[in-house]
Design a protein around this ligand. Sequence first.
Ligand code: FAD
Length: 508
Amino acid sequence: MGEPIQSILIVGGGTAGWMAAAALKRAAGPHVQVQLVESDDIGIVGVGEATVPPIRDFNAMIELDEAEFMRETRASLKLGIQFNGWGGADSAYFHPFGTFGAGPTLGDFHHIWFNLHRQGQLKGQLGGDLHDHAICTQAARRGRVGQRDPDPRRAPLNSLFTAYHFDAGLYARYLRRVCESRGVQRLEGQVVEVQQRPSDGFVSGVRLDDGRVLEADLFIDCTGFRGLLIEGALKAGYEDWSHWLPMNRAMAVPCARTGPLTPYTTATARAAGWQWRIGLQHRTGNGYVYCSDHITDDEARETLLANLDGEALAEPRPLRFVTGRRKTYWDKNVVSLGLSSGFIEPLESTSIHLVQSGIYKLLQHFPDRDFSPANTAAYNRRLGREVELIRDFVILHYHATTRDDTPFWRRAAAMAIPDSLAERVEAFRDRGLLFQVGADEYFSMGSWLAVMVGQGIVPRSGNPLYALGDAARSAAGMTAFAQRVAQMADALPEHEAFLKSRNMWAPD
Ligand code: FAD
């Protein structure tokens, strides 16, 4: 084994930087010096309000108190995403967390369900009743939330997975306080030069605008879209995915909250993209994600402002991005996390999750000062695969649209898709086959089912093995389970009342 890493410098203090600081300090304890440098003048991106359930594990790993975290970040609970208008003006579907049917994973349920439909044993239109079997959808529709019960005998409550909506600026600020109290040293200043060893190009230090030079064994690049170390110094290169995901801008604005606090994100299709709506305790976050080939910034701003629940609380803020990934996430002694490593538009709230995933993998592949190239390559391969699978899932929403009312949606439906996604869509269209590619794939088969069916992809046939049993008995079992889901959803507490009862609500 080589010499151990003794010092880590995190450059950037947005969500990614502070998440990395908290996790690395937690993992390395007092043996490794963890410093973070950030520039108040540059600031953070500050959007990024919706998450996915594994954030709970991350917060637990860094030992945050859930109630305090929710108060500090004005968080609400999230059970999934409501998609409006993705298949035509009045269409709607839900992508819930958890799964459909009994049990924590989607096993035989969808095969049986499809076959019963084909045999005429289940009433209603295919797809319409799918969500009778999903506790997260049923709870979300009622504005109710609760604590997941992992006991399989408590189905469907063992599938009541929740994530959070939170104020990203407050999350970074909260993590900073926690980190500083645990020994992370924060420095303020703007990095103006990245210094590299002439012998091998490894980064030796960064120079700040006041002349200080900060040295470390390992550097974490969390400088946002700039990618100051990974791109600016190491020239890792960027793989542009705009031909699959052409969104390149967003206009974001908070507005006053009106009505009950919704426990889900809303993604409403618009003429040249889609609009998010995220209810927080103190305000509602909104943004229009769009493609600049099809709409001007002024048009996007107008559309956004015309579609708010309440009064706008600020001027809409424009953001620009290019969907894609850094060709190398980790090069030499620099690991990029967050926006510096790439960006997939926020349709499925996966950016913060990828920060988390990058951190977990970094801990698994934690280097010594020899920086074994095989170890670095394995990290890059694993994270790259995970990002590509997420990319495919996001593309599916556009590819499978039946909208043809604007040039943007006609373009989306006609776009070529990656072979890996084409294979999945065909497997599902052919026989309702769903699969997961490996341990590094985030989206479950339940997620793929929700979006495939939600977007109107119907299998031509099914797996015949599942049509062999007693159909009437299976249908009765399905109906009984759906009734149980409805009863349990009815019995859950209302969202705001739940947060207040658990001391998760911030005082005004
Ligand atoms: P930033 O927040 O940009 O932080 C960069 C840091 O680097 C700052 O502290 C800055 O001061 C520092 N810095 C930069 N240059 C220098 C320098 N020269 N010297 C010193 N410091 C420097 N993610 C989700 O998970 N869910 C969402 O719903 C979601 N919505 C999004 C919507 C939009 C429109 C966009 C653009 C992103 C969204 N994201 C979302 C992504 C999310 O915002 C980011 O993944 C997350 O905030 C991490 O950002 P970051 O820390 O990498 O970068």
